[in-house]
Design a protein around this ligand. Structure first.
Ligand SMILES: [Zn+2]
Length: 1010
């Protein structure tokens, strides 16, 4: 800091001192230090030194109070929090928190679980000695407010508890690994809360319990620190990008709060729910200088209690107000974040009757102090940002820490001052959740005991149980009345045509005994309602750029029947609580041949890989045996003992029937394919969800980079199936995947363990240089693999890649013009039920789509498939007669043109006579792509979320099996494996894997091939 700045700094302090006492309202506590408590002079001097502008700090953090007994963060860091060049590993952060715990009874550290790679996660409680001593007593009070059924929804009793309880404010840091500032800010925050004797901080300490998880993504933090250390050791070189954060996903670790598939989500959720916290405040870094995005922008999530929307404004605006008074620029609370999706980590508080909050502060992605230049829209003054950030500044990690701590301390203080209101709201939101059936409804969701997919049903219910939702089962059969629904046609004023349209009068629905009931009269009904309900995002919504997915309906994506019941009679059904939902499994009946009815349950793949030595076949037709009907694709198992099979089936929740004899229908073997799983070095997150699903299902694979594919000769000798899941991110182009990052300049970017990077390679992959891509060698290897009989499976952007590289004939893909599907649930239709890829699927289905590629088929090699451009295409030309008459010529006998053959939009167009003349480009029927699933008709396309311009993709193929050489390329336009939310479409991938050498089974045109 230069001399002039120092002077400004001193002047600011003087002004600040008078300001603080002069402007405060009656009874407000000044945000200023206690002059009687000594300051840690050396630490404070460094705070000033590392703060790059006097207005990038506040009276709350521009000093550090001294303590004779409690160590400062410097003890572990070697310098102060936010010092340049210093990023602690999670282990060092924990070491400091445990030193605090040892030094003061005001701090306690709790282990809250482990990550996928076995690293510890912690929560640190900071409060007064008394509050810390009475944690359990306090928890019991909060538990009653959290579940008002325990006090019979008695407001007077609640008021007593509200008066006695100490609220809990839970802060979480660095879930996003390149956003590096939170751990040091939270170390110092814990110290301040434990040590500072200023009235402002003391009030927080005595009135509130601050709970801190300083590192949420622990695996990613350690990798990030590694990379930063590598950067410090090679200051003149470019450094590798953080291609892996956690074991499976990167940025999407903050999109898991619906499916709860990651350890970090589960650990934070359990901590939040078990502590009965009122707030969950997650720290991020991207926007200058502090954006409280919880107020954000519309549309707000439609399942939150309106009380919460109010709380967001109350706390958020106080934040802006307090920091504006400190003179800190760039603090604002509105912006482009909509609050629609409940997938964000902090949103678990919103869905569990608390308050979700999120800061974006400004980080440098490391601890270097750097010149930062902003975009005009970032430094523009707007109605909600009266004191905007500066266009260009020198920015340090300390600046970032100052903002984070100041924001949190003002929030904590304001929260504490209004804690009775917030505690009462906490109770009210829980009470209103319990009263949901009699307020807005529904009364319950019912999942029938006769659902053909009990395994998927159990998976879905287990998600709800992770979310702390109570699940019950009916002791007897029961009937409820379902309301009449307007059909879509009727709603649009059109005439009823479809005889399968929704009923227009109320109907009675009977559910068998043992059906699952998710009652809405429970404290966490809100999250169950949000996950099971449907979503509608209007194309006319003023918000044109949804921040994330717009639809997620779990019943639809799991292919499980979920009935929304508004009839309150459902609450009178006698029930038992189910502590742990499990699908029933085992062998029933007598006989030496065993059969499993195929309903596209992913557990069938698990079973295939577990029973390595069993002989398993798939029936190519449906059959009946012992009075039981088995679908096409049902498995016939031999060569395994009944005891082994029974044990495995029970474990997996698979129901097996012993048959007197094998069915007489045609079968083919179902083999445990050897799988290579391909990733790029550009981005691994989107494929990470696929890895996670396969790991969970116990389907083994070799994990290979595009570089490794390029170097592996004879892929067919090692693999039957190559999965190339979506590359995502900036891998979303053919050139990026093939060429990688340019190597003509710069230095190699290694991803491997070195002395500076001991944690870089976890359970993932390594390379000396991340830059090279698949390369033309790799393209040739993949091509050869397919030609020689291998199966290549691609989805979304890698489907685009496969088609652009000419891996399959007769399919083209096009960019959408008007289509806008932003992470929605769309309708699909089964086209070819004889294909093994379709085994177990119903005619109507649902899938996740995010502007998937639009496939069109052609029967002519090299020709782009046609797209239906609208009804005017076949209109007659101008001439005599009515519109339906043919045009005819005067002076000549009229000739009818040959009728153009009709074909559906998803089909290969029939070959025209002219095309057959010397038709060397005509693809023989047996070599044409086979459409397995297509997108539903336009009117049925939208199930949940946003679909605009859906005509462009409606009816087009969604999953295509393209023969190529001796092998197949199986292309997905949908993404079948995504965020642990799409269990219903997993089997489209698993069926491809299990039937890899029989994909042509049931081809209607197979005879033509021979
Ligand atoms: Zn972030």
């Amino acid at each position: 800091m230069n001399r002039q700045l120092w002077l400004n700094f001193a002047l600011f302090f003087m002004v600040g001192g008078t300001f603080a006492s002069g402007v405060l309202a009656d009874g407000e506590t000044a945000p200023a230090r206690d002059p009687k408590q000594p300051v840690d002079a050396a630490y404070t001097e460094k705070i000033h030194k590392y703060t790059t502008q006097p207005f990038f700090t506040s009276p709350l953090v521009d000093y550090l109070p001294a303590s004779k007994t409690v160590p400062t963060p410097q003890t572990v860091l070697g310098d102060i929090s936010g010092a340049p060049g210093i990023l602690p590993y999670a282990e060092d952060v924990y070491k400091y928190m445990r030193l605090l715990e040892k030094a003061t009874p005001r701090v306690r550290v709790f282990s809250i679980g482990k990550t996928e790679e076995g690293r510890e996660m912690i929560a640190v409680a900071v409060s007064s000695e008394e509050n810390i001593k009475n944690l359990e007593e306090n928890r019991a009070r909060l538990a009653k407010l959290a579940d008002p059924r325990t006090i019979k929804l008695d407001d007077a009793e609640a008021d007593k508890l509200v008066a006695q309880a100490v609220p809990i404010y839970y802060i979480t840091g660095t879930i996003h690994s390149p956003e590096t500032g939170a751990p040091t800010a939270l170390m110092e925050l814990a110290y301040r809360l434990a040590v500072d004797e200023s009235p402002y901080i003391k009030e927080i300490r005595y009135g509130t319990i601050t709970l801190i998880t300083p590192v949420v993504e622990v695996d990613g933090r350690d990798r990030m620190v590694d990379i930063y250390k590598w950067h410090l050791a090679h200051p003149k070189e470019f450094f590798p990008w953080l291609v892996y954060w956690g074991k499976y996903v990167a940025h999407d670790n903050n999109r898991d709060a619906m499916g709860v598939t990651l350890k970090l989500t589960e650990n934070v959720l359990n901590t939040y729910v078990n502590w009965k916290a009122q707030v969950l405040h997650d720290l991020h870094e991207s926007v200058p200088y502090l954006y409280d995005n919880t107020i954000g922008d519309e549309p707000y999530n439609a399942w939150i209690d309106p009380i919460l929307a109010d709380e967001w404004q109350i706390i958020g605006w106080n934040n802006v107000s307090a920091m504006t008074k400190f003179g800190m620029p760039g603090v604002f609370a509105h912006g482009d974040f909509d609050t629609w999706s409940p997938g964000y980590l902090m949103f678990m508080a919103a869905m569990h009757n608390g308050i979700s909050r999120l800061y974006e502060t400004f980080g440098n992605g490391g601890a270097d102090t750097e010149e930062r230049t902003l975009q005009p829209e970032e430094y523009a003054r707007t109605w909600y940002r009266q004191n905007p950030p500066l266009p260009k500044v020198l920015w340090s990690q300390r600046d970032n820490n100052n903002y984070e701590e100041t924001g949190l301390l003002t929030s904590l203080h304001f929260f504490n001052e209004n804690k009775r209101m917030f505690l009462k709201n906490f109770y009210l939101k829980a009470k209103r959740s319990v009263r949901k059936p009699s307020e807005e409804g529904p009364a319950a969701y019912v999942l029938s005991a006769d659902d053909p997919r009990p395994g998927l049903q159990a998976e879905l219910l287990q998600v709800l149980q992770k979310q702390a939702v109570e699940i019950s089962r009916s002791k007897s059969a029961f009937t409820v009345t379902l309301p009449a629904k307007k059909s879509k046609e009727a709603a649009k004023g059109k005439k009823e045509k479809d005889d399968k349209a929704e009923p227009t009068a109320p109907t009675a629905r009977e559910f068998p005994a043992g059906s699952y009931v998710v009652r809405m009269d429970q404290p966490y009904s809100r999250i169950a309602d949000a996950l099971l309900d449907h979503q509608y995002w209007s194309p006319d919504d003023p918000q044109k750029t949804p921040y994330d997915d717009t639809g997620w309906t779990f019943g639809e994506l799991f292919h499980v029947q979920v009935t929304r019941v508004t009839d309150a009679k459902v609450l009178d059904v006698p029930i038992d609580r189910v502590p742990e939902v499990r699908a029933p499994g085992g062998v029933k009946g007598d006989g030496a041949v065993f059969a499993i009815n195929n309903n596209a349950e992913p557990a069938l793949a698990t079973l295939r890989y577990k029973l390595k030595d069993a002989s398993i076949d798939a029936a190519e037709e449906s059959f009946e045996s012992g009075g039981k009907k088995f679908n096409r694709g049902s498995l016939v198992i031999r060569g395994v003992s009944r005891a082994d099979l029974d044990r495995t089936a029970a474990e997996l929740g698979v129901q097996i029937t012993a048959l007197g004899s094998a069915p007489s229908v045609k079968t083919h073997p179902v083999r445990a394919a050897r799988i290579a799983f391909v990733h790029t070095w550009l981005s691994t997150q989107t494929e990470g969800w696929w890895r996670q699903a396969l790991d969970k299902l116990g389907v083994p694979y070799d994990y290979m980079s595009t570089q490794a594919i390029a170097k592996t000769p004879e892929l067919n000798a090692k693999y039957d199936v190559i999965l190339f899941p979506p590359a995502g991110g900036w891998g979303n182009s053919v050139t990026a995947i093939v060429n990688g990052v340019p190597t003509a300049w710069g230095n190699p970017l290694p991803w491997k363990n070195t002395p500076q990077t001991p944690n870089l390679v976890g359970k993932n992959d390594s390379t000396d240089d991340m830059r090279p891509g698949l390369g033309w060698d790799g393209v040739a290897r993949l091509q050869e693999f397919v030609q020689k009989g291998g199966v290549l499976l691609t989805a979304t952007d890698t489907s685009w890649l496969a088609l652009s590289l000419g891996f399959a004939e007769g399919i083209s893909t096009q960019n959408a013009n008007k289509l806008k599907i932003v992470g929605s649930v769309v309708g699909t239709r089964l086209v070819d039920d004889a294909s093994p890829i379709a085994y177990g699927y119903d005619e109507k289905g649902a899938a996740y789509c995010d502007n998937g590629p639009i496939f069109s088929l052609s029967s002519i090699a090299g020709q782009r498939g046609r797209r239906r451009l609208g009804p005017e295409m076949h209109a007659r030309p101008t001439g005599r007669g009515s519109m339906d008459d043919p045009d005819f010529t005067v002076g000549r006998v009229g000739v009818e043109a040959p009728e153009a053959p009709k074909f559906e939009i998803w089909e290969s167009p029939p070959v025209m006579d002219e095309q057959k003349r010397n038709g060397f480009r005509v693809i023989p029927a047996a070599m044409r792509p086979r459409v397995i699933f297509r997108y539903a008709d336009s009117k049925d396309l939208l199930i949940s979320g946003l679909v605009e311009g859906g005509d462009e993709i409606a009816q087009h193929p969604a999953v295509v099996d393209a023969p190529s050489g001796k092998g197949h390329v199986v292309l997905f336009s949908i993404n079948p494996v995504y965020r642990g939310e799409t269990w219903g479409t997993y089997s489209m991938v698993l069926n491809t894997i299990l039937n890899f050498d029989s994909l042509n089974a049931g081809r209607r045109d197979a005879a033509e091939a021979k």
